[in-house]
Design a binder for this molecule. Structure first.
Ligand SMILES: Cc1cc2nc3c(=O)[nH]c(=O)nc-3n(C[C@H](O)[C@H](O)[C@H](O)COP(=O)(O)OP(=O)(O)OC[C@H]3O[C@@H](n4cnc5c(N)ncnc54)[C@H](O)[C@@H]3O)c2cc1C
Length: 322
């Protein structure tokens, strides 16, 4: 039996701890419950928003007039291949993961079972569904690298399987940002890895992440997308020191640092003194202040470099910044 709550504060379910009330809120633990929640929204002529860990959201202070569905449908299964499929995917393992599984739980599972390919995603909060939606990544690895297929509940309410190509993955982008499809399950193919090397990589990455994201930090991850270097006009690229380009991207933090964003404060929102692309709620911060500060520094970057920064974080019931 689903437990719907009225006027549920989004600040309680986002890592930034900002956001006014959702008109209705419900947690779902099975796909049947998820489908039932959507049916409820349709019957009530209400729109709905599916969320995972709320770790990539900036929700308006006024909240949202819809049903927010928190996806906790979790589980990991090894897929057994037969016939032609077996020939297509020789070697390695196929793992099917429910979209509400915590990404960290899935990454831990792959490490424990000595599979390589997702270890660099260690430390990213949120769910597998949220990570696939935004094609999350870190240290040169992205969640889509080893995806084979994605099972979705389409806008027409059919359950369908999409191939990786049909998901149109790109840097922090996927087809799911253009439609209202719900990611139900994701199948990955991973290769065996050397357990000691995997553990070592994880250890090093966690140590780096601990410096950037101290425990308890209230933020939605990096706010702006980095810029794919090859999309930049030559005259702009010529002004950037080549060593600033990392994994083919110009970090937005480099541009923000150049316009002295680090450490700036506005009404409870601080731009991290360590990382200029990290906007933190220091307590009592609002979406209004967050947007104001982000807009100010995006404009400075535009004026200095001619580059338009785009938010990586999903803005809910908020105007675009530009
Ligand atoms: C401390 C910190 C560090 C971070 N580090 C990184 C990093 O290194 N790399 C990186 O890429 N990101 C990073 N992030 C951002 C965030 O963790 C990722 O984007 C994460 O994958 C979001 O998952 P989520 O479940 O929290 O999604 P949510 O924030 O809940 O939702 C994000 C979007 O996904 C959609 N969505 C969620 N689930 C589904 C589904 N099942 N079907 C369809 N749409 C869905 C939502 O509607 C929403 O639009 C970080 C965030 C924090 C707070």
């Amino acid at each position: 039996m689903l437990k719907f709550k009225d006027n549920y504060p989004m600040s309680q379910i986002t890592t930034l701890q900002i956001g006014g009330p959702a008109k209705k809120f419900v947690k779902v633990k099975t796909e049947e419950e998820l489908i039932e929640a959507i049916k409820y929204a349709k019957d009530q002529l209400m729109s709905y928003l599916i969320i995972g860990g709320g770790s990539n959201l900036l929700v308006s202070d006024e909240g949202i007039d819809c049903l927010v569905i928190k996806n906790e449908v979790s589980g990991i299964e090894e897929t057994h291949l037969r016939g032609e499929e077996m020939l297509l995917h020789l070697g390695g393992v196929m793992l099917s993961v429910k979209s509400g599984t915590l990404l960290q739980d899935f990454v831990d599972y792959t490490i424990e079972n000595e599979f390589s390919g997702l270890q660099k995603l260690t430390g990213i909060p949120g769910t597998v569904g949220g990570a696939v939606y935004g094609n999350a990544g870190a240290y040169g690895q992205t969640i889509s690298d080893h995806i084979i297929s994605v099972v979705i509940l389409s806008e027409a309410k059919n359950i369908t399987t999409l191939s990786k190509e049909e998901c149109q993955f790109n840097y922090r982008d996927s087809i799911f940002k253009q439609n209202h499809d719900i990611i139900l399950e994701v199948t990955f193919k991973l290769e065996s890895g050397d357990p000691e090397a995997l553990q070592q990589e994880v250890k090093e990455i966690l140590a780096k992440r601990l410096v950037k994201y101290p425990p308890g930090i209230k933020c939605p991850g990096s706010f702006f997308k980095n810029i794919v270097a090859e999309t930049l006009p030559k005259d702009i690229l010529d002004r950037i020191q080549p060593e600033k380009i990392v994994y083919g991207k110009l970090p937005a933090g480099v541009l923000l640092e150049a316009v002295r964003a680090k450490g700036k404060l506005l009404d409870g929102i601080e731009i991290s003194p360590n990382h200029a692309n990290l906007f933190i709620n220091t307590g009592g911060g609002t979406a209004k202040a967050f947007c104001e500060l982000a807009k100010q520094y995006a404009q400075k970057v535009k004026e200095k470099f001619g580059i338009t920064l785009e938010p990586e974080v999903q803005l809910i019931n908020l105007p675009l910044l530009n």
